[in-house]
Design a protein around this ligand. Sequence first.
Ligand SMILES: Cc1cc2nc3c(=O)[nH]c(=O)nc-3n(C[C@H](O)[C@H](O)[C@H](O)COP(=O)(O)OP(=O)(O)OC[C@H]3O[C@@H](n4cnc5c(N)ncnc54)[C@H](O)[C@@H]3O)c2cc1C
Length: 191
Amino acid sequence: MPLTGNYGSIVWYNSPDEVNRLKALSHEALRDELVAAFPDCLGKVNKVLGFASFPLKRQHAQDYVKPGVVLVGDAAHMINPLAGQGVNIGLLDAAALGEVLIDAAKKGLEIGDLAVLKRYEKLRRNENLKMMTVMDIFYRVFSNEVLPVKFIRNLGLGLAERILPAKNKVMRSAMGLEGNLPKLAKGERIV
Ligand SMILES: Cc1cc2nc3c(=O)[nH]c(=O)nc-3n(C[C@H](O)[C@H](O)[C@H](O)COP(=O)(O)OP(=O)(O)OC[C@H]3O[C@@H](n4cnc5c(N)ncnc54)[C@H](O)[C@@H]3O)c2cc1C
């Protein structure tokens, strides 16, 4: 990600062992590893000013809501970044919450009431769980080099490529166009 001036922030995914090895390096040695690992289009890296690491792990809140409190986006769920769905599902949360709150306000209900907020949780928690589970399955299947798993994976991919409705369904799901969508995500007015 570009920052101001000639600064930038780089995210480097790696195995825990490799991350531990990289973390033990000096700033200069880490710079050399970066330059070797990233494509030339990254540009010239003069200096590494600092670095930090954190584990990528799946997390899902048991409850999205309490009276007067709502969890939205990554505060409610952390998904494998494999398919770039994190922002999408957070935006769908926001759209669903907006819809629920506007609807409640129109009916003269107290928007912070648990019964109102639970409607948001009902709309989003299962949908997010589905997406998280599908991403985990993709990750496990695609990072697996065991021959039978590879065979079934390639067979499945070949079939999905040939069967147009299946392909469309997968693509629409990845684009956030399938499932129980909030009105805003379907282009419908909520006010
Ligand atoms: C390595 C990696 C790669 C990813 N790649 C993709 C991708 O390609 N596509 C995609 O869609 N998603 C991707 N994601 C996921 C995506 O980054 C998140 O889903 C998204 O940023 C979540 O947005 P958010 O607003 O819910 O939370 P955040 O982006 O985490 O925003 C929360 C903000 O709140 C601030 N904050 C925290 N505590 C406080 C406090 N007490 N007071 C005030 N402010 C506070 C934080 O500083 C932060 O700015 C990736 C994630 C990771 C880790």
